[in-house]
Design a protein around this ligand. Structure first.
Ligand code: G1P
Length: 291
C-alpha cells in the first residue's frame, strides 16, 4: 500500500499577495485551520503515514504548525484548558510523521517532486498540490480510491475534472479515448501541460492529485525544462506513459483553488457552513448578508 505523500509547498504564492507576503499561502486560514491542514487530513484519510513537505526557507511556519509546541502545551495544561490542548495536539494522528526537504531553487513542480527522491526511495507515492482543496462527503475520498486502484493494477493515477474550454491553458490536460465516470479511471493516451486554447486534447484538467511509481524520479531527472521554462511533472508523466499504463481518474469530490482569491473565498463559504460548531451561525450570517 502507499504510505508516503509529497506536498510541494515551496512556491511563493504570488497569486495570493499581499496576504502571502509574510505568511505562506498554505498557512492562510480556511475557517479555523490553515489550508494545508485540510490537504494533510485528506492524505491521512487515504492511509498516508508519512507527509513529505518540499519547502522553502521562508516557510518554517508550516513545519512549526505540525510540530509540538511545548511552551503552549504546558501553558494550556497549567491553565487546565484541556479542550484547547486537545485541539493543538490532535492536528495529525500519532502514527503520521511529517518530514521536510528544501527545494533550493524554483525550478518547477517536477523539480520539487524530485527533491523528495531520497525520502521516497523505491516505494510508489502520492503527490498532493496544496493550492487545491478537495471536499468529499463520501467516507472514502478520491485519493483513497486512486491508491486502491494503483495497488490493484500498478497503473499510475492522475486525478482529473472537467473545466470550461477557455480555461484549458491553465492546467495539465489529459488525452483519453472517452471521459471516465466520476470515481472511475480510464487509460490515458497522453498529457500536456497548459495547452493553448483550441489545441487541448480534452477538457479534463489535472487537479493536483497523483499516485505514481518510484521510477517517475528517474524520468524527472531526465526531463528538460518545459512550459514556463520549468521542469514539469506533466512531462515526466508523458514519458512514463510511453512505457507504463497511466490512468486518468475522474474525481467525485468538489475542488476549491485556494491559490486564487475567489477560490479561497468559496472554500471559506463551503467549509464554514459545514463546520460542526460554527456552521449554523455562519449560515445565519450569510442569510443576513444576502443581497
Ligand atoms: C500544476 C500542474 C498542472 C495542474 C495544476 C493544478 O500547475 O503543473 O498540470 O493542472 O498544478 O492546480 P500550476 O498550478 O502549479 O501552474
Amino acid at each position: 500500500m502507499i504510505k508516503k505523500a509529497i506536498l510541494p509547498v515551496a512556491g511563493l504564492g504570488t497569486r495570493f499577495l499581499p496576504a502571502s507576503k509574510s505568511i505562506p499561502k498554505e498557512m492562510v486560514t480556511v475557517v479555523d485551520r490553515p489550508a494545508i491542514e485540510y490537504v494533510v487530513k485528506e492524505a491521512v484519510a487515504a492511509g498516508i503515514e508519512q507527509i513529505i513537505l518540499v519547502t522553502h526557507s521562508s516557510k518554517a511556519s508550516i513545519e512549526n504548525y505540525f510540530d509540538r509546541n511545548f511552551e503552549l502545551e504546558t501553558t494550556l495544561e497549567n491553565k487546565k484548558k484541556y479542550d484547547l490542548l486537545k485541539l493543538i495536539t490532535e492536528i495529525v494522528p500519532a502514527h503520521v510523521s511529517i518530514v521536510s526537504v528544501r527545494q533550493p531553487q524554483p525550478l518547477g513542480l517536477g523539480h520539487a517532486v524530485l527533491c523528495a527522491k531520497d525520502i521516497v526511495g523505491d516505494a510508489p507515492f502520492a503527490v498532493l498540490l496544496p493550492d487545491v482543496l478537495v471536499k468529499d462527503s463520501d467516507p472514502e475520498n478520491d485519493i483513497s480510491l486512486m491508491i486502491k486502484r494503483f495497488s490493484a493494477s500498478q497503473a499510475s493515477q492522475i486525478m482529473v475534472e472537467a473545466v470550461p474550454d477557455h480555461l484549458v491553458d491553465q492546467y495539465g490536460i489529459v488525452d483519453v479515448a472517452s471521459s471516465p465516470a466520476e470515481g472511475q479511471s480510464v487509460v490515458m493516451q497522453g498529457i500536456v501541460e497548459k495547452p493553448a486554447v483550441g489545441t487541448a486534447p480534452s477538457n479534463l484538467s489535472v487537479v493536483g492529485r497523483y499516485v505514481l511509481p518510484a521510477k517517475i524520479m528517474q524520468l524527472l531527472e531526465q526531463t528538460p525544462k518545459g512550459a514556463g521554462n520549468e521542469i514539469q511533472l506533466t512531462d515526466a508523466i508523458a514519458a512514463l506513459q510511453t512505457t507504463d499504463t497511466v490512468e486518468a481518474y475522474r474525481m467525485k469530490g468538489q475542488t476549491f483553488d485556494c491559490g486564487s482569491k475567489l477560490g479561497y473565498l468559496k472554500a471559506v463559504l463551503h467549509y464554514g457552513v459545514a463546520h460542526p460548531h460554527l456552521g449554523e451561525d455562519f449560515k445565519a450570517l450569510i442569510k443576513e448578508l444576502a443581497l
